[in-house]
Design a protein around this ligand. Structure first.
Ligand code: GTP
Ligand code: MG
Length: 203
């Protein structure tokens, strides 16, 4: 898919105030600092469309970006950010869970995990919650530029095995990406394109 246009639409903490257009939507979620905003910029081939930072906790709201005038990308805050207070954590959880449970346009979400790390409890619990709520998602492994191909392969297969050994009959679809090297860009965009085509065909 060619990206002809991509622009910021709005930031929100209330799912009811998000854009109302009934067009396909894809959300990016995962731990703070995993590379959600960087990945969005890489996919869109725009440097500063989504705000990134070396310090966790940069993205704070539900951010909508409109792409090619007919679909939305959504940049979300990270979970597992240790420095926020308990009260803030609860508020965050509420508006993010509301978003996932109530957003009709959301066709698929991407749960990002750092390819260098073993499966973390917080990610596994989040995926389990998505499964229980029947919210479709894929896994995106990020920062693949940090590892050699052999190690990437090993880490990915070990990660997926943890999923199939626990609650998942089948591992979710996955992508290996690097925002700094634009690895996985075509794969993710083609996947989104396929879902978009199905959506518009169904009318
Ligand atoms: P929050 O908004 O705080 O939840 O973080 P985020 O998940 O949006 O992460 P962000 O995109 O801001 O990136 C966090 C840090 O990781 C930044 O320093 C990025 O430069 C770095 N980073 C992101 N993606 C990659 C990647 O593919 N490779 C490498 N080497 N670094 C990356
Ligand atoms: Mg971010």
């Amino acid at each position: 898919m060619k990206i002809k246009s991509a622009h910021f639409v709005m930031s929100n903490s209330d799912v009811m105030k998000c854009p109302s257009e009934p067009i396909p939507e894809y959300a990016f979620i995962g731990r703070s600092n995993v590379g959600k905003s960087s990945l969005i910029n890489m996919l869109m081939d725009r440097k500063n469309l989504a705000k990134t930072s070396g310090r966790p906790g940069k993205t704070q709201l539900i951010n909508h970006f409109k792409v090619n005038d007919n679909w939305f990308l959504v940049d979300l805050p990270g979970y597992g950010y240790a420095r926020v207070s308990k009260k803030d954590k609860n508020t965050f959880q509420k508006y993010i869970t509301n978003y996932f449970q109530q957003r009709q346009q959301l066709l698929c979400s991407f749960v990002l995990v750092d390819i260098r790390h073993e499966p973390q409890k917080i990610d596994l619990e989040f995926m389990q919650w998505m499964g229980e709520n029947e919210i479709p998602f894929c896994i995106i492994f990020t920062k693949a530029d940090k590892l050699k191909p052999k190690v990437i392969e090993k880490n990915v297969s070990e990660y997926l095995k943890v999923l199939t050994d626990s609650m998942w009959e089948e591992a979710p679809q996955h992508f290996v990406t690097s925002s700094s090297k634009a690895i996985g860009r075509d794969e993710v965009l083609n996947f989104i394109n396929l879902i978009n085509e199905e959506f518009f065909k169904a009318g």
